[in-house]
Design a protein around this ligand. Structure first.
Ligand SMILES: Cc1cc2nc3c(=O)[nH]c(=O)nc-3n(C[C@H](O)[C@H](O)[C@H](O)COP(=O)(O)OP(=O)(O)OC[C@H]3O[C@@H](n4cnc5c(N)ncnc54)[C@H](O)[C@@H]3O)c2cc1C
Ligand code: FES
Length: 281
């Protein structure tokens, strides 16, 4: 079944698939390949709602997708009820169901110089974006930030594709010492990029968006909010004061729009819809 919300055609029916590959690059992150029964037409930055019967349904970024093999890749951090169940119980060959792809993704710019900035699990949507940018004959530099060496993962994926990959850890135990914002300020020349894409903790994204605005560089950020319907109906993911919904109008927003969103970097809503400050870590 399909119906139209705003200008987007939204697919409601579940797509079945089987877990094709599972791997834990680090203890709290699961990399999961799902072979789907039906083809998808995803854009980088879009997400799917993965349904785990009896547990719940959660939004996850499309980390990569192979049209030829019909294999979808997800990167899943263990944070709470559903993700813990996935980490502990999902096995190769298991049947899963998901709906999507949903939302507005990143702009795939042609023949441009691009910078990707990711903090921790915020790297999830970027392997797909890098491949699409390369297909569009753009060049891509990547900055990956982690807390410490034991949290570092997926670096090889980016080194393999990107022109330059910088890795930083807060404590300097792997790569450069500092945050991704330090790397932007001290190592790369932000003015040399046509566009910056960022995903990770929201305070970090706000700092990157502010830097881009200061230097007049186009920027897009992917936001996370608690989601229920995933298709713009329930209001769980609404952003004040414009009433934009992360699931339908995002999750990717331009820095121009973000400048108008008071909630950005400040607050989000819990599962009851109550507004709460965004956690520091
Ligand atoms: C568009 C989008 C794309 C996402 N992509 C990914 C991804 O690729 N990989 C990944 O690991 N996670 C991703 N997330 C976050 C993921 O959806 C949540 O971590 C997940 O829903 C938590 O479910 P849970 O039942 O395990 O946690 P819960 O038991 O519901 O909550 C545990 C903790 O996680 C926080 N949390 C709950 N829901 C969210 C949420 N939607 N966003 C952020 N924090 C949340 C809660 O505040 C709480 O602190 C994405 C979220 C959105 C909105
Ligand atoms: S999750 Fe329901 S409106 Fe976004």
């Amino acid at each position: 079944m399909r119906f139209c919300v705003s200008s987007q055609v939204v697919r409601l029916a579940y797509i079945k698939g089987r877990v094709h590959g599972l791997n834990k690059p680090i203890e709290r992150v699961l990399w999961c390949q799902i072979k789907l029964d039906e083809p998808l037409k995803p854009e980088p930055g879009q997400f799917v709602m993965l349904w785990i019967p009896g547990q719940g349904e959660i939004p996850l970024s499309i980390s990569d997708y192979s049209v030829d093999e019909g294999i979808l890749e997800l990167v899943i951090a263990k944070v709470g009820k559903v993700t813990t169940y996935i980490h502990e119980r999902l096995k190769e060959g298991d049947l899963v169901a998901l709906r999507g792809p949903y939302g507005r993704g990143f702009s795939v710019v042609r023949e441009s110089t691009c910078l990707i900035v990711a903090g921790g699990c915020g790297l999830a949507p970027f392997p797909f974006l890098v491949r699409k940018l390369l297909e569009a004959r753009s060049s891509v530099d990547v900055i990956l930030g982690f807390k410490t060496a034991s949290e570092v993962f997926h670096v090889a994926k980016f080194v393999h594709l990107a022109r330059r990959t910088f890795v930083a850890t807060d404590d300097g135990s792997y790569g450069l010492k500092g945050t991704v914002v330090d790397v932007i300020k001290d190592v790369v020349d932000i003015k040399g990029y046509d566009i910056v894409y960022v995903c990770g903790k929201e305070k970090m994204m706000k700092a990157v968006v502010d830097l881009c605005r200061e230097h007049n560089v186009r920027c897009e950020a992917s936001l996370e909010r608690y989601m229920k319907c995933g298709i713009g109906i329930c209001g769980a993911c609404v952003l004040d004061p414009l009433g934009l919904r992360v699931c339908r109008d995002g999750p990717v927003f331009s820095s121009t729009i973000l400048a108008l969103i008071e909630d950005f970097g400040q607050s989000w809503r819990d599962h009851c819809g109550r507004k709460i400050p965004i956690p520091e870590s």
